[in-house]
Design a protein around this ligand. Sequence first.
Ligand code: EPZ
Length: 421
Amino acid sequence: MDSIIVTGNGPLNGAIPIAGAKNACLTLMPATLLSDEPLTLTNAPRLSDIKTMSELLRSLGAEVTSMQDGQVLALSSHTIATTKADYEIVRKMRASNLVLGPLLAREHEAIVSLPGGCAIGARPMDIHITALETLGAEIELKDGYLHAKAPGGLKGATHELRFASVGATENVVMAATLAKGTTVLKNAAREPEIVDLVHCLRKMGAQIEGEGTSTITIQGVDRLHGATHPVVTDRIELGTYMLAPAICGGEVELLGGRIDLLEAFCEKLDAAGISVEETEKGLKVARKNGRVKAVDVVTEPFPGFPTDLQAQMMALMCTAEGTAVLEEKIFENRFMHAPELMRMGASIEVQGGTATVHGVERLKGAPVMATDLRASVSLILAGLAAEGETIVNRVYHLDRGYERVEEKLGALGAKIERVKG
Ligand code: EPZ
């Protein structure tokens, strides 16, 4: 298994490009199952999760061709060979459950393995199931698989999600595009990745209104056609790299960055004493003078502070002036990075969903273990500002969501290298 060695090397300066969003691409790709015509995605990120989704779609009979160094994906599901999403693929990546809605809509049946446990929480699918049942699906769990069918097709209905789940909103919106009649989805998730999905579906001929609000209305149509769509900027990759100059000092431009994708996060950076400016090409982030100030954070669904930036924000707070309280409200077990940061000399107390971080002058390099995607990059960020060498093990987690980390951070002057395992 690969590991990454980071050595604290002072302020970072320069410019790096931000890729297309993993969490948008992972819901855009299954949309190909809704039509027998080709779907082309541009600005696609080059990540192992995208490879896994390609493998899953191919196993269902779709064609997936990666072009232009992996940044263009040509997808086509002229015919669907099977409606079974196998455990061997699904267990590698939870987002595989996003084929459930499209398969039900197009083929009126789907057999999708339940993803199983995850490091950051139980992550059940009850919200997806209840919502799809309201659209007329019959769903039962057998041998670890969800067996879903909708004889005669799905029917539009009004439904309120018990929690604004991102995945459930995406599954229902995709399913409802081919349902008979109108679906009104209340308490829908408002994430930019969902807005991007709706923009793509509309290009495919879907009739949808209300994306980005809590109520999305979908008027079912008989069929969808092909389209070409650019994947939206990855706001989590963006936020992660905005924290690099914040934690080390310096000035960095994030090419393709947009403030509207991260307002709650940018407000916290401002309160911590970090400057964020819009430029022609993106965003410029700088920490010029002195230590960062401690700020409190509560993770919430969009437009609140994203849970996928909580670990990285904790890394920043480890060397802030004062004490920061971070509350994780989305996942029940998302502080696995805290004990690793403590190995680097951080002072953190975790109680349930609350972490209290007492800022220290400086962290010290140490060998640490990545436990999940966002935790792994928080350890890299901490290593950038630490004294000496930090060795981050199990970086396969990182490769799921960050393309070419060493190149991007290296271009800013970071001392970082990958050691092949
Ligand atoms: C998406 O996961 C993202 N993944 C996650 O990013 C992100 O953390 C999450 O949304 C929240 O923003 C992708 O888009 C592929 P949810 P998702 O359904 O859809 C509970 C990353 O690092 N819940 O909004 O799975 C659930 O357990 C990943 O890139 C139910 O109880 O998130 C969780 O506590 C990690 N029942 C909460 O809701 C359900 O049926 C939010 O989950 C569904 C969800």
